[in-house]
Write a protein that binds this ligand. Structure first.
Ligand code: SAH
Ligand code: AVI
Length: 754
């Protein structure tokens, strides 16, 4: 229920302190009290005058929010359900009805600020009266009222967010520019460094499901369902929100002066209201440097270029996206990307009350919290949507015209309030919400691994520590050399993992349901797969995913030949891009398989992002078997990556041969040497290519200087403990089910549950 009266709100951080009573309060009473107290906690820094004023028709006074949420409980729960309940004051029914036509006329919304009576004290007494009655109503639990209780709690949480939005708007009108809360952490504001340009995460699209799956899956508003199928074309989503620095560049390039970037309605609005920056930005006097500040809940603050841009309308978001050569995501794209990600981020509970710069790392960040992200989707009913009967049916459905959907929650939203399916909605000109922009785009025609290879190599060789991502080892020759490595005496991981899998396969087989899909990441020659397929003939579909077409084609053909009853659905893909399962694997119980400690080739942040993506891909109820190499003696490790026959050296140097062949490079392979080192503090083996002299190499028309001894960092192989890995997986939303450790040299297989 976004723009209407009550957009989406916050987590109730407060915990109720139950009063001493004859019998312990029910959990329903606890939940009720916690949310009510969290609302009241938000008003502690406000004066009675702050709580009366109304800054514009869309915003309401805090006092009105306090009373209206109370009216909701009184009207929908107490009057119909608590025998003998007496309304606190019958006149309040008119004063504090928000928009429920079925319940009669009401105080006009733009005139809520005229309600000097009842006093704030009277409203506080009203809350106490209703709270006491709710205590009686819920004394034995919510029973049949559980649905209405959940709705009332979610409703009150929405008003918690509204209180903060509306107060910020009010304070922004004040010449004194008051701070709602003292600044945290940095005073005066220390601008953090603008992050790297956004990266776009690719999604394969296809037939996907969005929407809430119904009451068995927890509370949701009616507008979030029914769950239904949506066809998505391939798309890409920016890995973070647009920043203030990027918005400044848009403005400097005439973003607010160029009608060609704007929708007609947006341009008209921008002209009529003389928009030249986001809602709360203010330009400092020339004498003060002429920079920008922004009004925040911490008062007027210098603009932090790294923070996400906030308080922009849908129209501005659209113009920005056009300027950036991108577009806004649809709500189905956003939800598909968010499904399976932990609902964690900078919500109200963080206490920041402002969006934060994106955390370091890769993969999708800021999907939840920080700012609501505008989508390109009109707020409309999902197929099969039916509003609830009676007045509560007015909660969401009647607003499904002319508004746009926002997703993900904000720094003023209670965290527990959010879900991936949550739909907020506002009119396209509105900007006082905590809302921002995440870009999406259609994959460029012909975008493929080759284009990424060139871009990644050029970017990697331009860094102070030159580096190339290890996924580019695996052209046909690289895949062949890797298989040769697995047979080396020194390369223990493959042998020990194979032996371990043979031992535990019968146990694992018992966990796999008939007809299940086995989805393997980085399947290579699919050798280890056979151990599972032999032990679990009930597996119906095998979906290997690998970036190396040569390895995948050969392996898929061999598996088809040797397992004729199995459906084999290979996918040539970079598994760091979010992908969808091949149709043959959809709708089945899923077991993921990621052997070989290939997960160790990611940095910890990348591994976490990968695990979160895999959870989304494999779906609820999936099991994920992951092979991880274990920390051990340095000598064993270094020999495994620097074998006597020089196969690993050839594998490493093949990267330069591939660059020469595919990117028009002129690396002299004899002028580089293979190096493998154990980096103990980081718990990883590192592979480098060391330049044996000062030299220059050209790649794709660009020259790169190498000093003698300088290296290209080509691979990390992190070594784990089972506990450390389980903690990482838990952060990505997985739970450890079981783990098995091999004989020395140790290697582990863990089973994770979604
Ligand atoms: N699973 C096999 C092979 C491991 S080698 C085993 O355990 O022995 C790593 C495999 O992962 C290679 O086949 C390589 O092509 C594949 N790979 C590496 N990075 C990848 C990426 N980003 N996306 C998809 N496959 C990748
Ligand atoms: C695929 N990956 C887990 C191997 C590893 O051990 O990191 C790749 C490899 N690099 C050198 N030897 C093998």
């Amino acid at each position: 229920m976004g723009q209407s009266d009550e957009p989406q709100a916050l987590r109730s951080a407060a915990t109720a302190a139950p009063k001493a009573a004859a019998k312990p309060a029910s959990s329903a009473v606890h939940r009720y009290r916690a949310v009510r107290q969290a609302t009241e906690a938000l008003t502690r820094s406000l004066t009675p005058e702050d709580q009366l004023a109304q800054s514009m028709p869309d915003a309401s006074p805090t006092k009105w929010h306090l009373a209206h949420t109370t009216w909701f409980w009184e009207t929908f729960l107490l009057v119909p359900n608590l025998a003998g309940y007496k309304p606190f004051d019958p006149r309040f029914h008119y004063l504090f009805n928000s928009y429920y036509e079925a319940l009669g006329p009401r105080q006009p919304r733009p005139e809520r600020g005229l309600l000097t009576r009842p006093s704030l004290d009277d409203v506080i007494a009203y809350r106490a009266h209703v709270d006491a009655a709710m205590g009686r109503l819920l004394a034995d639990g919510a029973g049949a009222l559980a649905g209405l209780l959940n709705l009332g709690l979610a409703h009150e949480e929405q008003h918690q967010e509204l209180i903060l939005m509306d107060i910020l708007h009010l304070f922004a009108q004040s010449p004194l520019q008051p701070a709602y809360a003292p600044p945290r952490g940095r005073e005066p504001a220390q601008p953090s460094h603008p992050p790297e340009p956004p990266r776009f995460v690719g999604f394969a699209g296809g037939l996907v499901e969005i929407g809430h799956a119904g009451p068995d899956h927890g509370f949701a508003f009616d507008n979030e369902g029914p769950r239904h199928k949506v066809w998505l074309e391939p798309f890409e989503l920016a890995d973070r929100l647009v920043t203030n620095a990027e918005w400044l560049a848009f403005m400097a390039d005439g973003g607010y002066r160029r009608p060609e970037l704007w929708l007609a309605e947006g341009w008209a609005r921008a002209q009529a209201e003389a928009w030249e920056a986001p809602l709360y930005w203010q330009r400092a006097q020339q004498k003060d440097g002429g920079g920008w500040s922004a009004m925040t809940l911490h008062g007027l603050r210098p603009l932090d270029p790294a923070q996400p841009v906030s308080h922009v309308s849908f129209y501005e978001a659209e113009a920005y996206a056009a300027w950036a050569g991108a577009r806004l995501p649809t709500e189905a794209e956003w939800e598909h990307a968010a499904q399976g990600m932990p609902v964690a981020g900078n919500f109200l509970g963080s206490g920041r009350l402002e969006p934060a710069a994106p955390p370091p790392g890769s993969g999708l960040r800021q999907m939840f919290g920080d700012l609501w992200a505008w989508t390109r989707s009109a707020y409309a009913p999902y197929p099969g949507f039916r509003p609830a009967g009676g007045a509560v049916g007015e909660y969401n459905g009647k607003f499904m015209a002319g508004q746009f959907v926002l997703r993900g929650g904000a720094c003023v939203t209670p965290g527990g309030h959010l879900r991936a399916s949550y739909r907020n909605f506002f009119y396209p000109h509105q900007r006082w919400m905590f809302c921002g922009v995440r870009l999406a785009r259609d994959p460029a025609a012909g975008a493929d691994v080759a284009a990424d290879f060139e871009a990644d190599v050029l970017a990697g060789l331009s860094r102070p520590q030159k580096a190339v991502p290890p996924k580019y080892f695996y052209d046909a020759e690289g895949s062949r050399l890797f298989e040769a490595i697995t047979a080396l005496a020194e390369y223990y991981p493959t042998r020990t993992e194979v032996a371990l899998l043979r031992c535990i396969a019968p146990e694992i087989a018992c966990l796999i349901s008939p007809g299940a899909a086995l989805v393997e990441f980085g399947s290579g020659a699919s050798v280890k797969t056979r151990i599972l397929l032999d032990a679990a003939p009930q597996i119906g579909v095998y979906a290997p995913i690998d970036i190396s077409p040569a390895a995948l084609d050969e392996a898929a053909a061999a598996i088809r030949r040797d397992y004729p009853k199995l459906a084999v659905a290979p996918l040539v893909e970079d598994f760091t891009r979010a992908i969808t399962l091949p149709p043959a694997a959809q709708g089945r119980p899923v077991t993921g398989f990621f052997p070989g400690s290939t997960i160790g080739n990611f940095d910890p942040e990348e591994a976490q992002a990968f695990l979160a993506g895999a959870r989304r891909l494999l779906g609820a109820g999936a099991r994920f078997l992951v092979g991880i190499d274990v920390v051990k003696a340095q000598k064993t490790l270094v020999e495994a990556y620097d074998d006597a026959l020089g196969v690993t050296a050839a594998f490493n140097k093949n990267l330069l041969a591939r660059i020469n062949r595919e990117l028009g490079g002129d690396f002299d392979l004899d002028a580089f040497a293979h190096r493998a080192v154990w980096n103990a503090p980081a718990s990883r083996m590192e592979m480098h290519l060391v330049s044996l002299r000062d030299q220059q190499a050209r790649v794709a028309g660009r020259g790169f200087e190498f000093a003698e001894g300088e290296t290209i960092h080509t691979e990390n192989s992190y070594k784990f403990t089972v506990e450390g890995f389980a903690a990482l997986a838990e952060k990505a939303g997985w739970a450890l089910e079981a783990s098995w450790l091999s004989d020395e040299p140790a290697f582990a297989v863990v089973s994770l549950l979604a």
